[in-house]
Design a binder for this molecule. Structure first.
Ligand SMILES: *Cc1c(COP(=O)(O)O)cnc(C)c1O
Length: 220
């Protein structure tokens, strides 16, 4: 448990100015998560709806982020629990979020997940289709506020090898952020995980999702 606090301080000391840390808590216990919260973590990320539901009532007050692939039929379980959904990659998913948000009389903050490397196994919208998806969502989903982009870079032994992907997403973020719309408020560029967040920050990320560098290796 002490390790968590020590690791957290190390990660914090490497964050560039203005970068928000989302501590990724998937597979980790409520006790470990509360240790991190006591040490100052304000935002946590989970990638499975079921894990959010299992932990939600036992974790101290914190901002929850949904960072993993989200099935439409599960949106209803988390719509009133998370502050930001990072992983929107289709109009149909955005429409379901919109519908559930309307029922709860709220506006849900989302990011569009971009897949810059054209990996078939990965989720995310191809970078060249992002603007069309964004414009469709802005037109059809008034209870959704699009706050930026997210990406998961392909794994590379040397994270410098994926900097070009982060650069591509940053360029797209800057471009799309110029669009004027009521429900567009580009503030978050969510890029970078434990092994590549330093490179992602150099490329302009302002939100990093860091798990194992804080909590240690995950045991599934
Ligand atoms: C697990 C996960 C992370 C954190 O990964 P680490 O390598 O443990 O830092 C970040 N983003 C997403 C989408 C994840 O699923």
């Amino acid at each position: 448990m002490n390790d968590i606090v020590e690791n957290l301080r190390k990660v914090e000391s490497t964050l560039l100015e203005g970068v928000k840390l989302v501590a990724v808590t998937k597979t980790h216990s409520v006790q470990e998560i509360n240790t991190a919260i006591d040490a100052g973590v304000t935002d946590i990320g989970e990638n499975k709806v079921q894990e959010i539901l299992d932990k939600y009532d036992h974790v101290k007050p914190v901002r929850w982020h949904m960072i993993g692939h989200l099935q439409r039929n599960k949106v209803k379980y988390i719509i009133d629990k998370v502050c930001l959904i990072h992983s929107v990659d289709s109009l149909r998913l955005a429409q379901e979020i919109d519908r559930r948000a309307a029922q709860h009389n709220l506006v849900m903050d989302i990011l569009l997940q971009v897949s810059p490397a054209h990996e078939e196994s990965k989720f995310g919208v191809p970078i060249e289709d992002t603007e069309t998806l964004l414009r469709d969502i802005l037109r059809e989903c008034p209870h959704v506020r699009v706050c930026g982009l997210m990406c998961v870079a392909p794994f590379a032994e040397d994270p410098k090898d994926v900097k070009m992907y982060f650069d591509m997403v940053k360029a797209q973020y800057d471009e799309l952020g110029k669009i004027q719309a009521e429900n567009l408020d580009f503030r978050y560029l969510s890029m970078g995980m434990s092994h590549d967040y330093q490179v992602a920050m150099e490329a302009g990320s302002n939100m990093v999702r860091v798990g194992s560098a804080i909590f240690g290796k995950r045991v599934y």
